[in-house]
Write a protein that binds this ligand. Structure first.
Ligand code: NI
Length: 133
């Protein structure tokens, strides 16, 4: 795609913030940082507009809590049309890490993630949404 150049005027403190962002994220230059911010904003608009998005739900839980695994499976069956794949990793003797790839309307994915994360015994849970395309 053709790249076009344009000038940007910024207050000094905003420019400093932009340079911080470049430094912290190791962007090669300011253009890459601005590109990142615009894309992030576009993706977040899709979430707010309840558009079709893709994402991942990450769950960490104690594998000895069998009841939790049953409940999690029940929830996943109820939302099977949103779930693309599930990966289960045995982190250590006690802990399991589950990454659930999902695709659907932003609000549906949020509802599914909230149900899973709210299950008793989940140590950590997070939904990461991205663009579907
Ligand atoms: Ni496990």
């Amino acid at each position: 795609m053709q790249v076009k150049r344009f000038g940007v005027s910024l207050e000094e403190d905003l420019l400093n913030s932009l340079d911080e962002l470049v430094k912290n994220n190791r962007f090669p230059n300011r253009s890459q940082a601005i590109r990142f911010l615009i894309k992030k904003n576009l993706v977040e608009d899709k979430w707010e507009g309840n558009e079709q998005v893709a994402g991942v739900i990450v769950l960490v839980y104690d594998h000895h809590k069998r009841d939790l695994q049953n409940k999690s499976t029940d929830v996943q069956h109820n939302f099977h049309d949103l779930i693309l794949s599930v990966q289960h990793v045995h982190l250590d003797h006690n802990n399991c890490l589950e990454t659930i790839a999902v695709k659907g309307k932003a609000q549906e994915l949020t509802a599914l993630a909230n149900k899973l994360i709210a299950l008793k015994g989940i140590k950590h849970g997070k939904l990461v949404m991205s663009a579907a395309g």
